[in-house]
Design a protein around this ligand. Structure first.
Ligand code: NAD
Ligand code: MG
Length: 394
């Protein structure tokens, strides 16, 4: 029996995780559920899974949830705030932590789980993008087991030799092929992109996801973040990671070997597959995912990415090459810009403008501790907010 903490249980990944857990009550017990503001959904989850702890974003929401749980005879203890997220991530009785908070807010609790040597199921790619070197060093020092949930990275993990140690050459790996659907605007005339709405950007053709990652998929910043994520997870330099547009999202990524073999993982686009894989690793469990019907799919297409259409992809390459604090700066500027787009303050194409200007304005510094990463994040956010307030972008 494995005890789980789920960070971000009310989100898209959190709900899919609980759906897999629900199918295997003999294997998994939910010890803590964490959400930010959606307490109606968290309340329902507490009644069903009876966790020992629930964590919410504010004292007011905690008080409301406590009252409702007491009235429903549910003994879950409710806490609030970032320190509580980290506390439930490192509890001695916790075996595995699903890191599924969106954005930089997930970094500290995820690192708390890493430092406590937990099995960490990583969906929160922003944490690794911001803090790559620090994060991987902490994994090595604590002996935590890091398993990727992002479908591409989970596919690469499954396609690498068992026990891959981060030495590409020794494993005969020549390249990682990172597949991308191209998002909802792969064929939209470039001149029309400035006027697309948040709802159009969030209407992903193949995957149903939270709004932030949906916008990232539409700008292809998601693939840029994933390139940086792959660099850290698999210790592979940027020039050995190739982005391949594959609109059907059936091949979730591939590993190319020196002997000409290309090994990949295929399946229906359903996050319950990588979630179940990581939860049960190295065993396999049923995930509720329909079997892949190759005859119904009939064909698989591939294209080169278009850097002119998707400037965010080039910005991510630039940040990865620059190293140091640049990926943290990229991530922070992107979070601020995507939020401004979702709130109607800037247009879709201004997202890349904001990020480019922040990367130009903020110097690259070394980041070797959590504190320096958080400082780089703070500086970049301030620069992005200043830019938005100056109305220099629209
Ligand atoms: P989502 O918006 O649906 O859910 C986000 C979750 O984080 C919610 O439970 C929310 O309560 C919580 N949260 C948000 N801000 C918080 C804060 N400040 N403090 C504490 N909790 C907070 O997002 P999602 O689509 O589930 O994505 C979660 C993460 O997984 C992201 O990093 C995303 O990039 C990654 N991911 C998602 C998918 C997918 O299919 N949805 C695929 C690959 C990777
Ligand atoms: Mg992905």
């Amino acid at each position: 029996m494995q005890n789980l903490t789920i960070l971000g249980s009310t989100g898209s990944i959190g709900v899919s995780t609980l759906d897999v857990v629900r199918r295997h009550p003999e294997r998994y017990r939910v010890l803590a559920l964490c959400a930010h503001r959606q307490i109606d959904r968290l309340f329902e989850q507490c009644l069903e899974f009876r966790p020992r702890f629930a964590v919410v974003g504010s004292d007011e929401l905690a008080a409301q949830l406590r009252t409702r749980l007491a009235a429903a005879d549910c003994a879950t203890e409710v806490e609030s705030g970032p320190a509580a997220l980290s506390r439930v991530s490192r509890l001695p009785e916790v075996d595995a932590v699903m890191a599924a908070i969106v954005g930089a807010a997930g970094l500290e609790p995820t690192l708390a789980a890493v430092r406590a040597g937990k099995k960490v199921l990583l969906a929160n790619k922003e944490a690794l993008v911001m803090a790559g070197a620090v994060f991987i060093r902490e994994v090595r020092e604590s002996g935590a087991v890091l398993l990727p949930i992002d479908s591409e990275h989970n596919a690469i993990f499954q396609s690498l030799p068992r026990g891959y140690s981060g030495d590409m050459a020794a494993s005969g790996v020549s390249k990682l092929l990172l597949t991308a659907s191209g998002g909802p605007f792969r064929r939209t005339p470039v001149a029309d992109l400035a006027a697309v709405t948040p709802d159009q950007a969030c209407a992903h053709p193949n995957w149903s996801m939270g709004r932030k990652i949906s916008v990232d998929s539409a700008t292809m910043m998601n693939k840029g973040l994933e390139m940086i994520e792959a660099r850290w997870l698999f210790n592979v330099p940027a020039d050995k990671i190739q982005v391949v547009i594959h609109p059907q999202s059936v091949i979730h990524s591939l590993v190319q070997y020196v002997d000409g073999s290309v090994v990949g993982e295929l399946g229906n686009p359903d996050m319950r597959t990588p979630i179940a894989h990581a939860l049960a690793y190295p065993e396999r469990i049923e995930a509720g995912v329909a079997p892949l019907d190759l005859f119904a799919i009939a064909r698989l297409d591939f294209e080169q990415p278009d850097f002119a259409r998707f400037p965010c992809l080039a910005l991510a390459y630039r940040a990865l090459q620059a190293g140091g604090s640049a990926p943290a700066t990229l991530n922070a500027a992107n979070e601020v810009a995507v939020d401004a787009f979702l709130n109607g303050r800037i247009g879709f194409t201004a997202i890349a403008d904001v990020i480019a200007r922040v990367l130009d304005a903020v110097p690259v510094v070394d980041v070797t501790t959590l504190e320096t990463v958080l400082e780089a994040d703070r500086v970049a956010r301030a620069a992005a907010h200043e830019l938005l307030a100056s109305a220099a972008v629209a």
